[in-house]
Design a protein around this ligand. Structure first.
Ligand code: UDX
Length: 454
């Protein structure tokens, strides 16, 4: 994976640069990153959200999400005056030459993307858009949605283009400013080039294609990455069966330049706000157009199975016969976020594992450095039954099993000797991220079970 050092932020060469008045609809992780980074590049940006409290906080420079470097670029935009925050989509669009739609497209009941927010945003900006404005769809949307936005806008003078984002949570600012490529889908090439000019100087290839291809690129990229992880998790399962070591296998296959090492880290299964919904949407879109995408279904099945395999490891660790419950077993869980570097709990494999452990009767004590208060709303439902604690030490105390569920770097530095004294006798570390050195854990007097490790 690419690193994300913030020192690599760079500004465009100003002589070749034409600042644009941009509006961004949605101040979530995509919209806020897009708005703040566009301002960093020198554009004038109005970033809008429907949540008044969020807008108020952003005006004070308070960042609602954990995202490295975001506070800095927002502060820079606020102090330069190039970044302002407003309530409501219309406020972002009124004076903008280019409007970016960055609203969520959650998974709908049928597995496809729910376009409600994007259609509402389009309807709200339609009457206020300047003549000849450009509308940019950054939300991940089913193929054909660029046209759907055009239909809602009913503004023949306004071009709509697709510009999918490939930002990873945790390194979104770095990724925005150092993209591998910029993808633009436009029926009208000059509209695509107009958007491409906004990114001039980012030192990335700009791929201009038609809207359907741009929309497909986004799904294909996420589908392929999810496939790599499911593949390596399946290989890890095989390694466990045949007595091989997945770390060595990945090194061996990754040395082949056609394969590469990136995105081949075994774990508890992929999660987050993108892969689960996009992989299902890909299957759904394919089915809608008459293609049965069995390969992608397999990728999803392997991922579901992977989470169950991790729970089975806990059961095995305490010597449970099939069908027996975990009642009375104290399980410490390190990490709730779907990966390190974020506080995002959406579709987190950790939560799936925890729910299953609790359903099986276990008493779960969990610690995550970014989840320190009793969560509200949807999170509370998922987290019901978890005892949230404030440190690794508390999570481990009296536990029979310690599950490492998120790869927070601080978990790699656990004092193993102390851990052994805190946990029950004959305790087990189930390391779903292969974060710890198995030999060192065993040397400390604990049992160890990783993923695909001998
Ligand atoms: C992803 C894509 O990387 C990004 O391009 C897209 O725009 C949004 O979706 P993100 O959801 O932030 O980004 O997470 P990412 O870092 O890609 O990880 C996704 C999941 O895969 C996580 O659950 C992570 O733990 C898991 N993963 C990743 C592995 O298990 N092994 C790996 O080798 C890499």
């Amino acid at each position: 994976m690419r690193a994300g050092p913030m020192s690599d932020l760079h500004l465009l060469p100003q002589d070749s640069f034409a600042p644009v008045c941009a509006g961004v609809v949605g101040a979530g992780y995509v919209g806020l990153t897009t708005g703040a980074c566009l301002a960093h590049l020198g554009h004038h940006v109005v970033c809008a959200d429907i949540d008044e409290e969020r807008v108020e906080r952003l005006r004070r420079g308070e960042i609602p999400i954990v995202e490295e470097g975001l506070a800095e670029v927002v502060a820079e935009g606020l102090s330069s005056g190039r970044l302002t925050f407003e309530v409501g989509a219309a406020a972002a669009a009124a004076d903008a030459d280019v409007v970016f739609l960055c609203v969520p497209t959650p998974q709908g009941a049928d597995g496809g993307a729910d376009l409600r927010y994007i259609e509402t945003a389009a309807a709200q900006i339609a009457p206020v858009l300047k003549a000849g404005a450009l509308v940019v769809n950054k939300s991940t949307v089913p193929v054909g949605s660029t046209r759907a936005v055009e239909d809602v806008l009913e503004r023949p003078d306004v071009a709509v283009v697709s510009n999918p984002e490939f930002l990873r949570e945790g390194t979104a600012v770095y990724d925005f400013l150092n993209p591998d490529r910029v993808v633009i889908g436009a029926d009208d090439r000059s509209a695509g080039e107009r958007l491409g000019d906004m990114y001039a100087g980012l030192n990335a290839p700009v791929i201009i294609t038609d809207p359907a291809s741009a929309e497909t690129i986004k799904y294909a990229a996420n589908g392929f990455l999810a496939m790599k992880i499911s593949f390596v998790n399946a290989i890890a399962a095989m390694c466990e069966a045949v007595g091989a070591n997945v770390d060595d296998v990945v090194e061996g296959i990754g040395a082949d330049q056609r394969i590469g090492k990136a995105f081949l880290k075994p774990g508890p299964g992929w999660g987050g706000s993108c892969f689960p919904k996009d992989s299902r949407a890909l299957v759904k879109i394919a089915a809608d157009y008459g293609y049965d995408f069995t390969m992608m279904k397999g990728v999803i099945d392997v991922n579901d199975e992977q989470k169950r395999r991790m729970v089975a490891k806990v059961r095995r660790a305490v010597g449970l016969a099939p069908g027996r419950g975990l009642k009375g077993t104290v399980v410490g869980v390190l990490g709730l976020a779907f990966k390190a570097g974020t506080d995002d709990l959406r579709d987190s494999p950790s939560l799936t594992m925890v729910s299953s452990l609790i359903a099986g009767g276990a008493r779960v004590r969990a610690f995550d450095p970014t989840v320190d208060v009793a969560p509200e709303g949807a999170k509370a439902t998922v987290l019901a039954g978890i005892e949230l604690v404030g440190s690794v030490r508390e999570a481990a105390t009296g536990a029979k099993v310690l599950v490492i569920a998120t790869e927070w770097p601080e978990f790699a530095k656990i004092d193993l000797a102390e851990l052994a004294t805190l946990m029950q006798t004959d305790a087990v570390v189930v390391d779903t991220r292969n974060l710890l050195d198995a030999a060192a854990v065993r040397a400390a007097g604990l049992r160890y079970d990783g993923v695909g490790r001998r």
